[in-house]
Structures are given as C-alpha cells and as structure tokens.
Design a protein around this ligand. Structure first.
Ligand SMILES: NC(=O)c1ccc[n+]([C@@H]2O[C@H](COP(=O)([O-])OP(=O)(O)OC[C@H]3O[C@@H](n4cnc5c(N)ncnc54)[C@H](OP(=O)(O)O)[C@@H]3O)[C@@H](O)[C@H]2O)c1
Length: 281
C-alpha cells in the first residue's frame, strides 16, 4: 500500500486520489479536546500533539493544564492552547471554542471527552444529580458542536468525536450515567445526518472500562485483587480492561481523513467486554 515507510512518517505523500484530504494522520489538524488533563482526554491530547496536530484543551483545574503543557516537549507544548473552565458553563465553553479557532486560524475537529457521573443508584440520586450528569455529558457535547460549527464549515468540513461509553448501551449501575452516555450515541448518529451536507462527520467512541492509573479499576486491581480477577473472568474476554491510549488511537483515526467513510457510527473500544461493571446486570 505504501511505497516507503517515510510516506507514513511525514503524514503525507500517500496518493489516495484525494489530494491533501487523503492524508493518513492528524498532522496539521486543528483540534479541540475537552477534559484533556487526565485519563482518556489526556491520552488523546498527548497523541494528537505528538502526531503534529495543533491542540486546544480545557479542564477546571488550571494547575493541571499548566502541568500538561510543561510535560509536552518542543513544538507540541508550544502549540498547545489551554483554558481553565467548566464545560457546563455555556458561555465559557463558547468563548473557548472561538478563542481556539482564532489561535489556530480555524478548526478541523472537536472531541467531547469531558464526562462522568454524579450521584449513585436511583434512590441515592436526586434530580440535581440527573441534571448535572446530563449537562456534563450531553449538554456540553451539543453546545461544543454548535459552537464549533461555523469554523468546521469554513474549513470545508471536519470530524466530531463524542466519547460515550460501553454503559451507553449495556445496562449497569447509575442509570443517570448510562442514560446520558446512550443519549450521546444518539446525538452522534443524528448530528451525522444533520451536518453531513456540510462535510462534517460525527461519530461516537465507546470505551470499555479503562485501566487508568489511580482510578476505579486500577484501584480495585491493587486493593481487591480477588474482585478484580472475578470481574476480568466474568466480563473481560481479553483478561484486561482496555487502556486509554488504545482508545486515543481510535479517536485519532476518526479525526484523520482516512476515516472519511465513517459517520454516524458508534465504535466500541472494549475488547468485547460484557457488563460495564463487576456489579453485574
Ligand atoms: N474511566 C472509564 O473507565 C471510562 C469508561 C468509558 C467511558 N468513559 C468516558 O470517557 C471520558 C473520559 O473519562 P475519564 O475517566 O478518562 O475521565 P477523568 O479521568 O475523570 O478525566 C476527566 C477530564 O475532564 C475534565 N473535566 C471533568 N469535568 C469537567 C468539567 N465540568 N469541565 C471541564 N473539564 C472537566 C477533568 O479535569 P478537571 O477535573 O480539572 O475539570 C479531566 O481533565 C468521559 O466522557 C467518560 O464518561 C470513561
């Protein structure tokens, strides 16, 4: 398929018959990623920056954004644009999208990675927990895409990646989380149809339980190895949860022009995991 290995290294030179839009990687792409200081978002930012994209990211904790920038060597760190904000504050998010586009001279892609759950089981979660979970996952994603739309249109199209979850279609504890993740999958499918005429692709990526240092599954592995082993035995055919860098690679592919045929999809990255938690059902 390739004449030379360097055809891949320089991010170009592959004749796909589509000129610049047929490039395999993300080099030169201008991408905004929400929630880029920890977990999956951090891995996405690091991979995109290492592959030569210009990346903007946000999180609530300014010190973590500074630490992220400091840890990126050379041009990757210089090109990183950051802002401390809460993605559930619509005006702050919209300002950040506009500022990122101004800094980069446009946008080619956005990734809604900030997400999570508030509250616990049905009787231990109140209306505010449901609303907060909805706003963090679905509300912020919809407003992010809306704010980025003029810039993606100006660029002649682009790629939107929505980070959902295995919990978006497999039942598990904390119904407010699964419901919101399910809505994100629907959002991606619907927006793919709505924005397709503008050349904008929209896809959801649904990670399985990710092994993130210091987070739930990693803690369980060290603090309760028997429970972790039972979880792996019952629900993880690969024996191990998926790693965030493995999910980040799929996100980078969806941002690249080599995924030009994919829109409206939900891509599970879960190594065929069954239930999304050891609590079963
Ligand atoms: N962890 C898993 O096993 C798993 C599995 C499937 C899907 N997912 C999904 O994958 C995505 C990333 O999860 P993760 O576990 O990697 O997350 P995480 O480790 O909790 O990191 C979340 C990131 O988002 C930022 N963030 C959180 N709330 C924010 C807000 N209101 N405004 C701005 N930034 C915010 C955090 O920084 P600050 O705290 O400083 O704001 C951090 O940078 C989420 O959408 C999650 O639902 C996770």
């Amino acid at each position: 398929m390739f004449d030379r290995v360097s055809d891949l290294d320089d991010g170009g030179a592959v004749d796909s018959g589509q000129g610049a839009r047929g490039r395999p990687g993300v080099r030169g792409k201008r991408v905004l990623v929400t929630g880029g200081t920890r977990g999956l978002g951090e891995q996405i930012v690091r991979l995109l920056a290492a592959e030569g994209a210009r990346v903007a990211t946000c999180a609530r904790t300014g010190g973590d954004l500074e630490a992220l920038r400091g840890s990126l060597a050379g041009p990757a760190g210089e090109h990183l644009f950051t802002r401390a904000l809460d993605v559930t504050e619509p005006e702050r998010l919209e300002e950040f999208v506009a500022a990122s586009a101004e800094r980069f001279g446009g946008l080619d892609g956005v990734v809604a990675s900030a997400g999570g759950s508030r509250g616990r089981s049905l009787e231990l979660a109140d209306a505010d927990d449901w609303l907060a979970t909805w706003e963090l996952n679905v509300g912020h994603t919809a407003r992010l895409v809306r704010a980025a739309l003029p810039y993606l249109r100006t660029a002649g199209g682009g790629s939107v990646v929505v980070i959902s979850s295995i919990s978006g279609w497999k039942p598990g504890p904390n119904a407010q989380y699964g419901s919101a993740k399910s809505a994100q999958i629907h959002l991606a499918a619907s927006l793919a149809r709505e924005l397709g005429p503008d050349g904008i692709r929209v896809n959801a990526v649904s990670p399985g339980s990710m092994l993130i240092p210091g987070r739930r599954w990693d803690r369980m592995r060290t603090e309760d190895p028997e429970m972790f082993a039972a979880f792996a035995q019952a629900e993880l055919p690969g024996g191990e949860p998926v790693a965030p860098h493995e999910v980040a690679r799929v996100v980078a592919f969806l941002l690249s022009d080599w995924s030009s045929g994919i829109s409206g999809a939900n891509l599970p990255v879960d190594r065929a995991q069954n239930a999304p938690s050891p609590d079963g059902y």
